[in-house]
Structures are given as C-alpha cells and as structure tokens.
Design a protein around this ligand. Structure first.
Ligand SMILES: [Zn+2]
Ligand SMILES: [Zn+2]
Length: 371
C-alpha cells in the first residue's frame, strides 16, 4: 500500500513529506494506522546530525493508532486494537526482559537503523531505496509496519494525542525521577531543563514525594509551565538555583540532580554534580552530540570523597508493558497531567514549522495529527 510520511534524507536537510510504499506485515509484525505522533527532540537530533542513524529514515518514535493488519504468529494485538508504540521494544523473552528490564530489550539493537527484528525494511521510496522507521517505528507516517514487540495495547477511551506521548517522553521523564533517580519522600530534586521530558520528571518527583522540586530553565514559558506541574521553585540560571539550594538545604545541597536539557553539554553535567550533596546522584537523560564528551569531572571532590553517583538510563528504566498502561491509568484518574503537555497540534505538512517552534522554545510538546 501507499503511505504519506515525513522522511529525513541527509543530516541538516529539512523534513521531506513524501509518498512511500509499505510492505505487508511479516510473521511477527503489525500494520498500524497512526492517528497521532509526538514530536520528540530525538527526531530533531537526527535532522540536525547531533545523532547519527541510517538514512533515509522515516521520522517519529512516539505514536498511537489502530491496528489495521497483523502477520502470522502475532499474539499481542488484534485488528481494531488501539495501541501505543513504545520507542523501545519489549520482546518479553530476552535476558533483559526476563529480568524485569524491558527498557534494555535486545530487540532495541536496531533502533537507529530502523531494521525490524524479522530483518529488512518495510518502507520503500520510488527510487527503490529501503527506509527504516525511527526506533523501528516511523510514526511520522500515516501507516507503518512494526514488530509486535513495539506494541502496547491500550483502552479505547484514551485520546490518541495523549497516548502517543506515553510511548517516549512521558515515561522517560517520569521514570527518570521515579526509577532512574529513585527519588524518595522528603528529598530535594533539581531538574535542569523543563521541556517535554523534564516536565514529566517534575511530575515523577511529585509522585515520589519530593519536598523541593527545583527547575532550572532559561525559557520563561517552561518555568511557568513547570510550576503548574508541581515544581516548587524555578530559576532561569544555575547560579541562582545553586544559591537557593544552599539556602533551603542549610548547605547540605540537593539529593538529586536530573539532566533533561534539550542537548546535553558538559557544562550542565558539571553544574548538576556541583548542586548535589554527599551520597547524592546525578541522573542523565538528555542526548548529547555524537562524538563529543559530555562528562568532564574531577574525580577528587566530585565523585570520590563525596560518594556521588552518575547514572544513565534508557526510557526512565520503565517497563513498557507495565508502565505505559499504568501511566495512562494515572492519567484517567486525574493524577498525571497529559493534556496540559500538548502546546499545539500540527498536520504532517507542518512538521518543519513544528520543529522550528520547538527550537524556539515555544513548545512543551507538539503533536502531529495524521489526516
Ligand atoms: Zn523520544
Ligand atoms: Zn526483550
């Protein structure tokens, strides 16, 4: 069949909205009609060349839609099911899935090429070139064929635009605070960067019972927004935040620093390490530029002697099959704010405008609604 999709051909070039051929689903594959796709920063990292993947590629790794067709041996979903696509697959049987760490599933190995676990690519352009989907998904296409391991069925009453966000940005941010940082009641948490991911780290820190949730972001819109999501203090720069943390902790400094800035740079990690106290943790969520060093710390006086930890993670250490339905249940019960994350919706043809708005600091999250 034919599908319309936003494609990246070369780093630094604009998104190209074009028609592609789409294969039928293979043995453990599912064809999805995407209704909504979240505009995560990671796709834009591919567009700018900060991240390197196999091009050409269909963008988009946050998506929700309806199952249109299933291949032989598909057991997780049926035609007509509503699904969220998880940006990391969860096969359920690899070493990591079997030990409760679905976020490290071995099937994630080809996320940056888009090759499916069954081998090969399902998108093809008119020159005969094969295209993968970002994170083996490609949610910036109206239709896509994905592995069943990427599919998480959801209830039919959940709106697609909010469901889409629970495939990447929401669990990544929320899980950063709840699982990767392991925030506990009464702790002081400093969050650097309050975009789509950082805002959810604020929600996670609130759920975990943090006493002070301090947000550092130069953009006024994001600071104001963070206050609505549960931040207790907001600052435009790290110096002001540092002085306030010294004051509010009587010099003991913060228990956690979380890096959720748009592009990770060494400066923010240095700032984060300086704002936490003894036995505390810096948790890094942001993606940096490929080939650059983002961590430059003196061991003495930073980690050694102060027992500080630097923790990286994937998907906020969430288990997609457990945490995606759980977060949507919290949303339905009014405990997790998702509608408020969506600043604007766009048609697929407006994708360049959408990412420009993101770069200009005008969005918490943009969502593409497919025609
Ligand atoms: Zn993402
Ligand atoms: Zn697995």
């Amino acid at each position: 069949m034919r599908t319309r999709a936003a494609v990246l051909r070369e780093p630094g070039q604009p998104w190209q909205v074009t028609e592609l051929d789409l294969d039928e689903p293979g043995a453990e594959e599912v064809r999805i009609r995407f209704v909504a796709a979240g505009m995560c920063h990671s796709d834009q990292h591919m567009r700018t060349g900060h991240s390197v993947g196999r091009l050409p590629m269909v963008g988009g790794h946050e998506g929700a839609g309806v199952v249109e067709a299933v291949g032989e041996h598909v057991t997780r979903v049926r035609v007509g099911d509503h699904v969220v696509c998880s940006f990391i697959p969860a096969c359920g049987t690899c070493r990591y899935c079997a030990t409760g760490r679905q976020n490290l599933c071995d099937q994630g190995a080809t996320m940056l090429t888009g090759e499916l676990p069954g081998g090969g690519f399902r998108f093809h352009d008119d020159t005969g070139a094969d295209l993968g989907g970002m994170c083996m998904l490609g949610t910036f296409s109206q239709h896509a064929v994905v592995g069943q391991a990427s599919c998480v069925p959801i209830d039919h009453d959940i709106p697609f635009p909010v469901a889409a966000l629970v495939g990447c940005g929401v669990p990544t941010g929320w899980g950063t605070a709840v699982y990767a940082a392991g925030v506990r009641p009464g702790e002081t948490v400093v969050i650097f960067g309050a975009g789509g991911v950082g805002t959810n780290a604020v929600q996670g820190a609130r759920h975990a019972g943090a006493r002070h949730i301090i947000v550092v972001d130069p953009v006024a819109l994001k600071r104001d927004n963070a206050l609505k999501f549960g931040a207790t203090h907001v600052f435009a720069d790290a110096d002001a935040a540092h002085a306030a943390v010294v004051e509010m902790t009587r010099g003991r400094l913060a228990d956690h620093a979380i890096c959720t800035v748009g592009v990770l740079e060494a400066e923010v990690v240095t700032r984060a390490a300086a704002i936490v106290g003894k036995g505390a943790q810096v948790t890094i969520t942001s993606v940096g530029r490929s080939g650059e060093k983002q961590i430059q710390l003196a061991a003495n006086g930073t980690v050694v002697g102060y027992q500080r930890r630097i923790q990286g993670h994937v998907f906020g250490m969430c288990n997609p099959l457990y945490d995606i339905p759980r977060l949507l249940r919290l949303y339905r019960e009014g405990q997790l704010m998702l509608d408020e994350l969506i600043t604007r919706t766009y048609r697929l043809d407006e994708i360049e405008q959408g990412y420009q708005d993101l770069e200009d600091g005008r969005l918490i999250r943009g969502v593409i609604l497919h025609d």
